[in-house]
Design a protein around this ligand. Structure first.
Ligand code: GLU
Length: 337
């Protein structure tokens, strides 16, 4: 089913992960090149899309770091600005896709889509999903309808927006979901069909403005938590995201700890639930969302804790001040009005 018009050009950047993992004994490890991944996809040549395979990294996705992603964003930014690509695909481990896709989304301003994909079953297993996911990712990246939609995540025939997608199952082929919105669209007979588009203001930062390597911690609050892990934290980090209970609550014992931290570094209040917004103006007890926001914590809104941590990292790395951080979270968290 060749696309009409000039031949579309998509670069596939291989980063490793299960989609590229092989091995006989001792467990599988990322090993296949981007060329090998592309060659293993039935029907890719028949799409008529010009595919260029690039070996960028070959790592488990847990071991990718900020420098890998800023380098990748800069490379894709340079090539899209030069008009060399109609879209880019990234193949990587699924463990961190919800995070890498969002970090790339913060850096990506070009209209050409970046599509991140991976596999839940590696190439040595029956029913490996990597080739199908790569084929659909390339088709999505090449299709004119996905222009201007930022970074997308495509697995299991579903197209997700980077700010909304989450990994919600450890092993299932259906592991990715966008709990607050549902997917943007689906692959239907190999064609990306968007049912909806991204809403709200895009928040972006320039990758070439990244100066430092801030350290941003993520602390999940549990029942009866006394904050032992937070002691002395302000001396070791540049920012903190709190994955709080429910709509943004912590035990009363944590209030003075977070109050003191928020005087020293930006502290973002997110919810550990994984779907739904943090609130701002409902509960009035010590440790409630009202109490914590009045003490200077910054509301994450609809951003989940992992994505809130990346936004705070990107803002701190580009020298944003307190007002800019607050405004960016209001926009990204869906409560700027
Ligand atoms: N489940 C992960 C994957 O699907 C493990 C490996 C990784 O994230 O790199 O790729």
């Amino acid at each position: 089913m060749p696309n009409e018009g000039p031949r579309r050009r998509v670069a596939v950047y291989g980063l490793g992960g299960t989609i590229a993992a092989t091995g006989e004994t001792g467990g599988v490890v990322p090993a296949l090149s981007a060329d090998q991944l592309v060659a293993a996809v039935p029907g890719l040549a028949e799409t008529g899309i010009g595919v260029e395979a690039v070996d960028f990294r070959c790592l488990p996705s847990a071991s990718l770091g900020f420098a890998d992603l800023t380098d990748l964003a800069a490379e894709i930014g340079r090539r899209t600005a030069a008009g060399e690509l109609d879209g880019a695909v990234i193949t990587q481990g699924t463990d961190t896709i919800e995070e890498t896709a969002y970090l790339l989304d913060l850096f990506h301003t070009a209209p050409q889509p970046i599509v991140v994909t991976g596999a839940m079953r590696g190439p040595t297993l029956a029913g490996a999903d990597g080739p199908a996911n790569l084929l659909t990712a390339v088709r999505t990246a090449a299709h004119p309808s996905t222009r201007g939609q930022g970074v997308l995540v495509v697995l299991a025939d579903r197209i997700h927006a980077a700010p909304r997608v989450r990994k919600t199952h450890t092993t299932g082929l259906w592991a990715f979901d966008s709990p607050d919105t549902g997917p943007l669209g689906h692959l239907v007979e190999g064609v990306p069909r968007l049912l909806t588009r991204r809403a709200g203001e895009r928040v972006t930062v320039a990758p070439d403005a990244v100066r430092g390597r801030p350290r941003v911690a993520l602390a999940t609050v549990g029942f009866g938590d006394d904050g032992v892990l937070l002691e002395g934290l302000a001396d070791r980090v540049d920012g903190l995201v709190v994955a709080a209970l429910g709509v943004g609550h912590v035990p009363e014992a944590l209030v003075p700890v977070l109050d003191a931290l928020a005087d020293r570094v930006p502290v973002v209040l997110a919810s550990r639930i994984g779907a739904g917004p943090g609130l701002a103006a409902t509960y009035g007890f010590p440790g409630s969302e009202r109490d914590l926001l009045a003490r200077g914590l910054i509301r994450a809104g609809f951003l989940d804790p992992c994505k809130a941590r990346l936004l705070l990292w990107a803002l701190l790395a580009t020298g944003a001040d307190r007002a800019a951080i607050t405004a960016a979270f209001a926009a990204a968290g869906g409560y700027a009005d």
